[in-house]
Each structure stands twice: as C-alpha cells, then as structure tokens.
Design a protein. Structure first.
Length: 170
C-alpha cells in the first residue's frame, strides 16, 4: 500500500484543490475581461468565491475537471518531451548536430521522434501493443501487405529522387 501524504488527504483533493483552481481561474478571467469594470477586485473575488463554492458542491463538474486536469498534465509532459527532442534535431542555435544535414533528413528524424514518443506514451499508459503488432505483422494478409507497401514506398522515393534531380539540372 502506498503511503498517503497530507497533500493527498480527501478533504484537500475533493474540496480545497478544486475550489482553489476554480477560484483563481475565474478571478483571473474576471480581472482580465473587466466584466464588472476596472478596479473591482472585491466584486470579482466575491463572485469567484461564490461560483467556486457552487462548483465544489456538485460532484459531476469536479470529476470532469479533475479528469481534464490529469489529461492536461500528461499532455503537457508529452508535448514537452516531443518539443525537447524536436529542438535537438531542428534547433538553429546551441546544439547543431544536424547543421549540415539535408533538410529531408531532419524531417525524417523529427517524424521518427514523434512516432517513438507516441509508442513510449502507449507503453507508459499500459496499452497492450503486443496484440496490435501481432495483428499487424503475423496475420495471413500481412506478408502481402508489407511487400506491396515497401514496393510502393521505394517507387515513391525513386520518383522523388528523379524529379528532384531533374529540377536541379533544368
């Protein structure tokens, strides 16, 4: 059994945190939009306070908000990882590993990083990817599918190379 800290107390997680989140978000929106005019911090605070209390008294909005906050936290971490790796590849300053590399190579590595991050997120989430890969590579149709796919990709690459070399000469 994992240990529970005082920050994970039921009172805090079911009442205080949702209340504070709603209060500060509403207060910031009311202050920024100046719905009740300028210099009305007390009115904005009171309205945010009342709406936040109404919010925490209902169960469904709290559950929706907590699920969205969990999703947002995970999404922010994933986006940060992708952008960090993307910055290593495409960065203009600092770490110039691919400074003299062709532009297509940068994009190919960038796409590889995004796909790899997606697979890592699926693995971290506990999604059963083994059955997906079994279906994709060990089915009765997969041999023909992958043979045709590789052939089409090679033809497209050959066409791109021929057309690109034709443009540079002419």
């Amino acid at each position: 059994m994992t240990e529970v800290t005082f920050l994970q107390n039921s009172l805090l997680t079911k009442f205080v945190y949702p209340f504070l989140l709603m209060f500060f978000v509403l207060f910031a929106v009311l202050e920024k939009t100046k719905v009740f005019g300028s210099g009305t911090k007390q009115i904005n605070a009171l309205i945010s306070f009342v709406i936040s209390f109404i919010f925490v008294s209902a169960v469904f909005p709290k559950e929706v908000t907590s699920n969205l906050i969990l999703f947002l936290a995970i999404a922010l971490v994933v986006i940060f990882v992708v952008l960090l790796l993307w910055g290593f590849i495409m960065g203009e300053e600092g770490l110039n590993i691919f400074k003299n590399a062709p532009k297509g190579l940068k994009w190919a590595i960038g796409i590889f990083v995004v796909i790899t991050t997606l697979i890592a997120v699926l693995w971290a989430a506990g999604v059963d990817t083994a059955s997906f890969f079994d279906r994709l590579f060990n089915s009765s149709w997969s041999n023909q599918f992958w043979t045709n796919t590789v052939f089409i990709v090679l033809v497209v690459i050959a066409l791109v190379v021929v057309l690109a070399s034709g443009k540079s000469k002419g």
